[in-house]
Write a protein that binds this ligand. Sequence first.
Ligand code: MG
Length: 266
Amino acid sequence: MSSLPKIKAIVLDWDDTITNKDTISLVAEAAYLTKPEFPQPWSHFSEVYYSNYKLYTSNWGERTTFKDELEFQKGLKQVELSSVNEYVGLQLFKDISTKSLEDQSSKVEIKPNFFQIFQKLYDNKIPIILLSCNWTSIIMDKIFKDHGFEQHEHFKIITNEFEVEQGILTGQVLENVSIRTGADKVEHVHKILQDLRKLGINDGVYYIGDSSTDVLPMLETDYGIVIGDGSATKTLQRLNINYDEGIKGDSKIKHIKNWNELNELV
Ligand SMILES: [Mg+2]
């Protein structure tokens, strides 16, 4: 039985890791609250996504190796972009205000004990990088601000962003950051690790997430934490990667149920 070192830096997923539920539908809802007459319902965009997803996955057999999974995640980018291109093309988010997205933050449920752990990391100036495949940082940024946490050099949110002009979305997305798949997250984790090395942090880097998108990036950091019962545990089993239940044990990957299990690491 070995125990984990204290967290020196951490990369966090957002949806279903910090939140209780996926929040993309709340992003979309902001558009429909502003434009209730928009011709295509939300189901149109999910159908485009799922039909492309089904088509893509039907070309894949069982993925049992890291290499297979990385190739699969890379190819998934086209599927993810198909729904992005659909909402950009149909201008779903055109003329939506950033304020209407911020207002959605009151509907987001945060997992128990998250902010207690976050507070300690933040107060101790531990580098925290929130790395998400969500469509915007607006809702998350508002939630952190409401809890008294501003982004600064030790706390950054990296995700996809809408183009905004004077508080109003143009309907386009910014091209400079594109985080749509687990392969994209791997790439960003490599950059993050380089930046951390410049700060003299060479170990004690953690990654925490819930889904299959998080499995590859968490293998790149010193320790990976899977929270809850999302698709990450199934992916780990499929790829034959050992993990411990709880934070004790020899595996570098841990499965926890609640944020308070990280208490002794902060
Ligand atoms: Mg997630």
